[in-house]
Design a protein around this ligand. Structure first.
Ligand code: HXC
Length: 533
């Protein structure tokens, strides 16, 4: 064996020193330059980062390992043969976030509009496969004109390969989509199949058919921003889970979200040291019991009080505000919170709230995250629009999600828990593990006013004057409230495990979570897809 590496093999043509290195460096530099200086400038002029900058800001410094930099399209039609398409318009690889591995891809709009050709799709599929096989999250940074028109069905098939992988990975590894430019046509369905969609104000758009098609088809005139910008998807359609003011803010939020999630369904979420005493008093909850039962309040104030260090990371904060979903820690362990919010629609359950809560609960169950349910719910939101919109079908999703969930489930009734909504919000017989209530909780088939109208209809009708009616109703309501609008009938049947002193609530929840940490219920190890609901 020739161990002198500077000598050439006898008879082989000599190559100029370092030629191969020069070739690699030239190819790397060309492929890394994206669509060239002018297009990169245009990207910047729109207030957007380049695809490479995005990866740099998202990942831990210096952790990115690129794959397939030198891949190029095999398509030749419509002049593609002569076009330079560095990396086929997408950067792919793996790196770390807070020291934990992730797979990532970033579409490069400066290269034929980030359009998705077959090689581009194959690169994305490769990192998705790596993520799934190695059980790490996958993050897509999307900025694309959609299917590469010149590649025809090959490009559509590329999308199909991505969608199929999104479904295969659903509930197995966390999948995150960050929309950082246009995302149009069928391309929107990959983000929709992933667990969380982020958008950035002023630069992100998502729609199946753009403003021009909408105008041609329906006559409606609408801008891209109105049709598919952040506001449309964060507050109206519910497609978007997180809105950021800028790209750096967006990447910070992605990193924060990942801090609450396990790497895959085969792990538990990361535990952190908890400096916040478990027995910390929660004075605000004492006040809760002095509150007029009809008075609205923002449930966030209660969550902040209970959570470790008052931190709550809200999911879908602008959508269906009558229910609040998000992550916090209790005693250092991650918990998913589902809470009625009396500040909006009195905290009642409607169609959108049902979908929002059900999908979140299913996500928590897929990824071994306990559910803390905070209840203050007067019932389902009434109305023809709700009934015809399918509140029966949508409301059933919450029941299904809670009953199938095998992760630890703790429920606290803070104030109202009436009728079907009491059952739906993780009641004992829907298989919650621990059910607590504050002393001011009101648990009944319906509220006092509605109940006396039905129970005493004849007596009320027999009253001669309106004053007489009002007085009778007030008396009967007070009697009903004394009997049913309290936690004690429910506690007497065991449907509540404990009526808790408000000041002790944080400790009770954290202690119950600790007890449940190794809970094993039938079905615990099953695969659970996170189907979009
Ligand atoms: C090929 C594309 C492209 C595409 C953009 N480009 N989209 N090339 N296929 N889908 C190219 C442009 O020709 C241009 O090339 C460069 O990218 C930048 O695009 P511009 O139009 O100059 O940029 P801008 O004005 O910012 O407009 C961006 C845009 C627009 C709104 C995204 O490009 C657009 O409407 N594109 C088409 C969108 C679309 O209809 N896509 C197909 C959707 S259907 P040059 O060389 O001039 O710089 C679909 C089906 C998926 O995606 C189905 C999955 C199941």
């Amino acid at each position: 064996m020739n161990d002198d590496l500077t000598k050439t093999v006898k008879g082989a043509p000599a190559r100029p020193a370092a030629e191969s290195l020069r070739r690699l460096r030239a190819a790397t530099a060309k492929a890394s330059a994206g669509g060239g200086a002018a297009r990169v400038e245009a990207q910047k002029a729109r207030g957007k980062f380049s695809a490479r900058e995005r990866i740099h800001y998202l990942l831990d410094e210096g952790s990115f390992q690129e794959l397939d930099l030198l891949v190029s399209t095999r398509a030749v039609e419509f002049g593609l043969k002569d076009k330079d398409i560095p990396g086929d318009g997408v950067i792919t690889g793996f790196g770390q976030i807070n020291g934990r591995e992730v797979c990532v891809y970033a579409q490069d709009f400066t290269v034929i509009g980030g359009s998705l050709g077959r090689a581009h799709a194959d690169k994305i599929c490769k990192v998705m496969d790596l993520a799934l096989q190695n059980r790490v999250p996958v993050i897509g940074l999307l900025d694309s004109g959609g299917a590469r028109i010149q590649e025809g069905v090959d490009s559509l098939d590329g999308y199909a390969e991505i969608f199929a992988r999104n479904v295969q990975a659903s509930g197995v590894i966390p999948q995150i989509s960050v929309i950082l430019g246009p995302c149009a046509g069928g391309a929107v369905y990959s983000p929709a199949l992933t667990d969380y969609v982020f958008m950035v104000e002023g630069i992100s758009n998502m729609f199946v058919t753009g403003p021009d098609v909408v105008k041609a088809a329906t006559g409606e005139e609408v801008s891209a921003e109105q049709l598919g910008g952040c506001d449309a998807h964060a507050s109206k359609s519910g497609v978007c889970h997180f809105v950021a003011k800028s790209e750096p803010d967006c990447f910070r939020q992605v990193r924060e979200l990942l801090g609450y999630l396990p790497q895959s369904r085969f792990e538990k979420p990361p535990r952190v040291a908890n400096p916040d005493p478990l027995r910390r008093q929660v004075p605000l909850l004492e006040k809760m019991c002095e509150l007029d039962p009809r008075r609205p309040y923002r449930i966030h104030h209660i969550i902040w009080q209970i959570a470790d260090e008052h931190k709550f990371f809200e999911v879908q904060s602008a959508y269906a505000k009558n229910i609040v979903t998000g992550f916090c820690r209790m005693g250092g362990e991650v918990v998913g919170v589902v809470a009625n919010n009396p500040a909006h629609l009195a905290g009642a359950l409607d169609i959108n709230a049902s979908d929002k809560a059900a999908r979140f609960i299913r996500f928590l169950n897929a990824f071994n995250i306990p559910v803390l349910t905070l209840v203050d719910v007067p019932g389902y939101w009434p109305g023809v629009q709700q009934e015809h919109g399918g509140i029966i079908r949508h409301g059933a999703k919450i029941l299904h999600a809670y009953a199938e969930a095998t992760v630890p489930k703790i429920t606290v009734i803070l104030r109202k828990a009436y009728g079907g909504a009491y059952i739906a919000m993780s009641s004992k017989h829907m298989r919650a593990d621990f059910n607590f209530a504050l002393p001011c909780a009101e648990i009944a088939v319906m509220g006092p006013a509605g109940a006396v109208e039905i129970l005493y209809a004849r007596e009320i009708a027999a009253c001669k004057t309106d004053e007489e009616k009002l007085a009778l109703k007030a008396k009967l309501s007070a009697e009903y409230a004394a009997k049913f609008a309290s936690p004690y009938q429910t506690a007497s049947t065991g449907s509540l495990d404990e009526v808790v002193e408000p000041s002790q609530l944080r400790y009770k929840i954290a202690r119950a979570l600790r007890f449940l940490k190794d809970k094993r219920a039938p079905g615990t190890h099953e695969n659970r897809g996170n189907i979009p609901l």
